[in-house]
Design a protein around this ligand. Structure first.
Ligand code: SAM
Length: 286
């Protein structure tokens, strides 16, 4: 079958399998071999690594990963792509294809099943579920070593944003609690078939062994973050008071803010991860 990362081979396969792209699965396939190589080298995959690829599509990136990794587990939701993958990946004996929805897979069970200590994740993600996938991976903690993925550029900007800007929010804080984000490259819509309507970027999240801040109650920290950005234009104290999943009065929050030398009218977007952690600890009832 040879290298798939080019428009001619992609068109050939589409025709052979009578395959139609499905918008509902976020199918924009990469057709540029240089970009495929660049993503895989950004992921720094070596012969000891087990790689989890989400959405292998026709297998063009999977082939490059197979050449570099010890083992590749490729999870694809679209049943119509399974015969394609069976053919394109037939030269490799270090790949397992799983026909499932990644969001329904338990990463713990996957690790046990394949005897993997941890995974490096590599993917050209389906954009319609970027955030739930990233959260699922980050919450699997020590089982995920790094995540190197193609996402919408706007989402990459949100993941790496610092306090104060318009891009900063719950996603920035969640990502930065679990990992160090680094944008590796921008990718033009021309490199995909069909072309997406948005700009894309490859981002690498290097997961921490231990979060960069200490917090007594991690669940409370994330509820406070969610509440603070739920109503972006409200003050943080009002956002937290209004959240149905929290039980703090405005006065309790204001008292905690003043104790931290912050104004009672401060908004969530002004607080750093350290400050959210401190607020969470102040509000934790021992
Ligand atoms: N990796 C291929 C490439 O780069 O050419 C395809 C990338 S395409 C942007 C996203 C892929 O994710 C598609 O193959 C799509 O069918 C698959 N996909 C969409 N939703 C999924 C889900 N919930 N679980 C697993 N795969 C999914």
């Amino acid at each position: 079958m040879g290298n798939l990362g080019n428009p001619r081979k992609t068109a050939e396969i589409l025709e052979k399998y009578n395959f139609d792209f499905k918008k509902k699965f976020g199918q924009n396939f990469l057709i540029d071999a240089n970009i495929l190589d660049a993503i895989v080298s950004s992921a720094e995959i070596g012969p000891e690594d087990t790689v989890l690829e989400i959405g292998p599509g026709m297998g063009s990136m999977t082939q490059v990963i197979c050449e570099n990794a010890k083992k590749v587990i490729a999870v694809e939701i679209d049943t119509k792509l399974i015969p394609v993958l069976t053919e394109t990946l037939s030269p490799y004996d270090n790949v397992s294809i799983i026909n499932k929805d990644i969001l329904k897979i338990d990463i713990n069970e996957l690790a046990t099943e394949y005897g993997a200590k941890s995974f490096k994740v590599v993917a050209n993600l389906p954009y319609y579920i970027t955030t739930p996938i990233i959260m699922q991976l980050l919450e699997a903690k020590s089982l995920i070593e790094s995540i190197t993925v193609m996402v919408q550029s706007e989402v990459a900007d949100r993941m790496k944003a610092s306090p104060g800007g318009k891009d900063y929010g719950a996603l920035s804080l969640a990502v930065q609690y679990f990992a160090e984000p680094k944008v590796m490259m921008k990718v033009s819509p021309e490199c995909f078939m069909p072309k997406p309507k948005v700009e894309s970027s490859v981002i690498r999240l290097q997961c921490y062994e231990k979060p960069p801040v200490d917090v007594k109650d991690e669940k409370l920290l994330f509820k406070l973050i969610r509440a603070s950005f739920n109503q972006r234009r409200k003050t943080l104290a009002n956002g937290i008071k209004n959240a149905s999943f929290l039980n703090f009065s405005r006065e309790e929050v204001v008292e905690a803010l003043l104790e931290m030398d912050l104004s009672e009218t401060v908004r969530g977007e002004a607080l750093s991860l350290e400050q959210f952690a401190k607020l969470s600890d102040t509000l934790t009832k021992d």
